[in-house]
Write a protein that binds this ligand. Structure first.
Ligand SMILES: C[S@@+](CC[C@H](N)C(=O)[O-])C[C@H]1O[C@@H](n2cnc3c(N)ncnc32)[C@H](O)[C@@H]1O
Length: 385
């Protein structure tokens, strides 16, 4: 287990709040889109490593935040329902989870035991309903590849957010060539995490010249595994990861996303953007609190200036990726989200894309020469010069 597991629930840390903001916002969008558009009115949230429900400092954890959302939808008599299934292996944490969710009994089911052992019965009970899985372990234990594949092979819409602990992966990969006692079991854990057979191949994949490069390789190889698994089973597959950085600037872990529908990918990217856009201000507040000094930035850019700057950056890539083609908005969006090692994932909003497309259409020598509908519609086609 990771070293921080003992006191994890004492206080909800700033980076945990960031993670939870992403999960909460994504879950709201996921439920709304899938609950309204599929024939199934049920949507499931499966919290595979649910925790206590409420932290010792009173902050709400992922299962309580989801249960509240579900209850709100029920109170508002939405046409869709959000059902929550939480799994927790630790008996004490499970008891706390039960206590913190008693008032949501009608929308929540708590299961005691490991995520892995409950997967078959969960898959049976959620049937063909769309499901969002949140996998939030300590370290890498309990998230073997074999279990991930059971989830991503579901035929029904299935989105996944997972805490990927690059620090534990780095620590375990130190055992590849160590020859020490117990090294073999550590290497086996890594092989099970990535779902590969050969230690020498995995070692090559994870190796790199610098610490940063090795972290990047560890995350990217996992993303590659998820994406190729999805693509071999479904028409479409996408996976991306973002570093979760504390306000003090530490790279704590990565939050990994995977889904098999472009709209889910766009929702994920926009969710990350909207949570992360407050980050510079939060970091400044943190620094001020810590040092007691007031930092004054001479000229803060306005929202309008930021949008224009983003749109100009986007235009360069849109032009590089789309010139000479006729594409709909969804295709343009996905080209951006797939380009250059997915550098755009979580870095812009739909409004920025609309602005970029508007500029390209209205410039003196327009690069968009034809459009079939409103700029904000997925199906609208744009013809690039
Ligand atoms: C990081 S905490 C979860 C925090 C929670 N998602 C939140 O944000 O409020 C991980 C939890 O998973 C539990 N756990 C550990 N191994 C597990 C397993 N194999 N299956 C299910 N739960 C497990 C731990 O006891 C712990 O409560």
């Amino acid at each position: 287990m990771a070293q921080d597991s003992d006191n994890f629930f004492q206080e909800q840390k700033d980076w945990s709040k960031r993670k939870l903001s992403i999960i909460q916002l994504y879950l709201a969008g996921f439920t709304k889109i899938l609950g309204s558009s599929t024939s199934q009115s049920c949507v499931y949230y499966v919290d595979g490593f649910a925790g206590k429900g409420v932290y010792d400092d009173g902050s709400k954890g992922s299962p309580v935040l989801a249960a509240e959302m579900s209850q709100t939808y029920r109170n508002q008599q939405k046409k869709y329902q959000l059902n929550c299934i939480n799994i927790e292996a630790d008996n004490v944490n499970f008891q706390n989870l039960e206590n913190s969710t008693t008032q949501y009994r009608s929308v929540v089911e708590n299961l005691n035991g490991t995520f892995s052992s409950h997967i078959p019965s969960i898959l049976k009970s959620i049937g063909k309903c769309p499901a969002f899985f949140f996998i939030d372990p300590f370290g890498v234990t309990g998230t073997d590849w074999i279990d991930m594949t059971k989830i991503i092979h579901r035929a029904a819409p299935t989105d996944l957010w997972l805490r990927f602990d690059h620090k534990t992966v780095r620590r375990l990969s130190g055992f590849f060539e160590s020859g020490s006692r117990g090294a073999d079991s550590k290497v086996q854990r890594l092989l099970k995490l990535y779902g590969v057979q050969r230690a020498d191949h995995l070692f090559q994949k994870l190796d790199g010249n610098t610490r940063e490069e090795r972290i990047e390789n560890a995350v990217n190889y996992y993303l590659e595994r998820l994406e190729s698994e999805l693509q071999s089973f479904k028409k479409f597959g996408y996976s991306a990861g973002i570093p979760i950085i504390s306000l003090a600037g530490q790279n704590k872990y990565h939050l990994v996303f995977a889904a098999s529908h472009p709209k889910a990918v766009i929702l994920a990217s926009e969710t990350v953007y909207s949570v992360e856009r407050n980050r510079p201000q939060e970091m400044q507040e943190y620094q001020q609190k810590k040092t007691g000094q007031l930092f004054l930035f001479s000229s803060e850019p306005s929202d309008e200036e930021i949008s224009k700057f983003k749109a100009e950056e986007l235009i360069q890539d849109i032009w590089r990726l789309c010139s000479g083609k006729q594409l709909d908005r969804l295709e343009i969006y996905m080209k951006l989200l797939n380009s250059d090692k997915k550098k755009w994932f979580g870095r812009f909003s739909g409004a920025h894309l609309n602005l970029a497309l508007s500029i390209m259409e209205s410039e003196t020598n327009p690069r968009i020469v034809q459009r079939t509908g409103a700029k904000s519609q997925d199906k609208t086609t744009f013809k690039f010069k």
